[in-house]
Design a protein around this ligand. Structure first.
Ligand code: UDX
Length: 463
């Protein structure tokens, strides 16, 4: 039997509806398109209303929608996290089924559902129609493996302080605070914890498992997890806009689908700064700091004497101390949302003060920028441990007894990264990881080969 023509292999991509999950899956869709497949990216109805119409017109990939049961207000329309996740699964499964049926009698029926592993019900829909199902794990392999161990009882829950340090094959010994927060802060966010464990409820029925990391970055844990998982893990990352990794790669400049209003003045501001002189500060798309913590952060940044670019989302801006932006003048730019990879790739960049979200971490690492990590919750606590002790590209802040990271601690950590021999070593390590990331995604690299393998196997399965 003949293989289907490549460009008629239709992959329906279903991200979890938040910025940190949309970005890597949208970039990966672009990569599949560059490999000749036909991806359709399906966001929720609510998110599709915020999308830039130019994206819809100028893109190589198609867009469509499913529902999360909150079409008017998204997550904020639900009563709480529990309610949101229940609605997402019910409306998501129903509308995903309708979407598959809609394409069934067209020249381009769906051949494969590539779904965020947070949404295992999408695999059930794929299986119901007998089409290929591919799980996409957006977070670090280390974090996925810890959840795998928790799901399979290898790690007994709740993890108590008497059980530390915790030994998981492929990972350094972990203290409680190094575990993902859903484990470390027992009982916090039970619905999210249930969701991250449910990633493993049916994944053995998936045809493919893709992980947004690269092999040399997490070699030991990828090998450990591969021994216990079927189908085998395919590392396919980093999925960051490729022009910043290597000019030879296709001209893919940004994430394109921003859920926040983009302020593009940051690049111009950076141009006036000397190389390696700026601290970039961001806590991603979800974290909310207390007013007290924002005050300490502002004062700590001021104390360093360095110039800084600080992303403060509109919902958080009232927490910035009164008159702080004026006080700082041209030393600081406070912006709502900026093109982060472009900023990280800028020669003025000296250090990234980050919450350690997986995308931010892998972006900084692959663009050669050392970090200060101030994790807030979820996988960020584990990412912080890896940044400091395994990849050695940054330091993690110490939280005070009052639960606050003090201005002096913030200043001290930034100085460690920006100044002195230790800072130089972290920068050198970051540049080494950058090289390895480029090697992984360029033609013939580990991630590129895995993507090629994925594409060719889909082709044979979709005869
Ligand atoms: C969340 C979790 O925090 C994270 O740990 C998990 O792995 C994914 O979901 P988020 O908090 O938003 O994500 O952090 P992160 O993973 O770092 O993703 C943020 C994304 O937004 C990054 O791709 C970053 O480049 C982008 N971003 C951030 C911008 O484009 N502009 C900004 O101003 C800030």
């Amino acid at each position: 039997m003949e293989e289907k023509a490549k460009n008629s292999v239709h992959v329906l991509v279903i991200p979890y509806p938040s910025q940190g999950h949309i970005n890597p899956m949208l970039q990966f869709s672009k990569r599949l398109s560059s490999k000749g497949l036909k991806p359709t990216f399906a966001t929720t109805n609510f998110i599709s209303q915020t999308m830039n119409p130019e994206l819809l017109l100028g893109s190589d990939i198609d867009f469509d929608t499913i529902s999360d049961g909150c079409d008017q207000g998204g997550f904020l329309e639900a009563n709480d996290i529990d309610d949101y996740l229940v609605r997402l699964q019910a409306a998501g499964s129903r509308t995903l089924t309708e979407l598959v049926l809609k394409y069934r009698n067209t020249p381009h029926p769906i051949d494969c559902i590539l779904y965020d592993a947070f949404l295992p019900w999408a695999l059930d829909v794929a299986k119901q129609f007998g089409i290929v199902g591919a799980a996409f794990f957006t977070q670090a392999c280390a974090v996925n493996y810890i959840y795998y161990c928790a799901h399979h009882g290898v790690l007994s829950l709740p993890v108590s302080s008497s059980a530390v340090p915790i030994a998981i094959p492929g990972l350094p010994l972990l203290e409680l605070r190094d575990m993902p927060s859903f484990i470390y802060v027992a009982g916090s966010y039970p619905s999210y914890f249930k969701m991250v464990l449910s990633q493993f409820s049916n994944v053995d029925q998936a045809d493919f498992i893709l992980v947004n990391t690269f092999y040399k970055l997490e070699q030991e844990v990828v090998d450990s997890m591969s021994k216990v998982m079927t189908p085998p893990l395919l590392t396919i990352g980093p999925t960051i806009p490729s022009v910043y990794l290597d000019q030879r790669l296709e001209n893919d400049k940004d994430y394109d689908l921003n859920l926040f209003k983009l302020d593009s003045t940051s690049t111009h501001w950076l141009t006036s700064k000397t190389p390696g002189s700026v601290v970039y500060v961001s806590f991603g798309s979800m974290a909310n700091l207390s007013i007290h913590q924002m005050e300490e952060l502002a004062r700590g940044l001021k104390q360093t004497g360095f110039d800084f670019l600080w992303v403060v989302r509109a919902s958080e801006i009232a927490k910035v101390p009164d008159g702080f932006a004026e006080e700082m003048g041209d030393r600081a730019l406070i912006a709502n949302w900026i093109p982060q990879t472009e900023v990280l790739a800028h020669e003025a960049m000296g250090c990234f003060f980050t919450h350690g979200g997986w995308n931010s971490t892998i972006e900084a690492l692959c663009l050669g920028v050392p970090m200060v990590v101030m994790p807030q919750w979820t996988d960020q606590t584990t990412d912080a441990k890896l940044v400091q002790d395994v990849w050695k590209v940054g330091v993690q802040v110490e939280v005070g007894e009052d639960g606050i990271v003090s201005r002096d601690e913030i200043e001290g950590c930034i100085r460690q990264v920006m100044e002195g021999e230790k800072g130089k070593a972290m920068k050198e390590n970051a540049l080494k990881w950058k090289e390895l990331a480029v090697e992984a995604v360029c033609e013939g690299g580990s991630s590129d080969k895995n993507i090629d393998g994925f594409v060719s196997k889909i082709l044979t399965q979709c005869k």
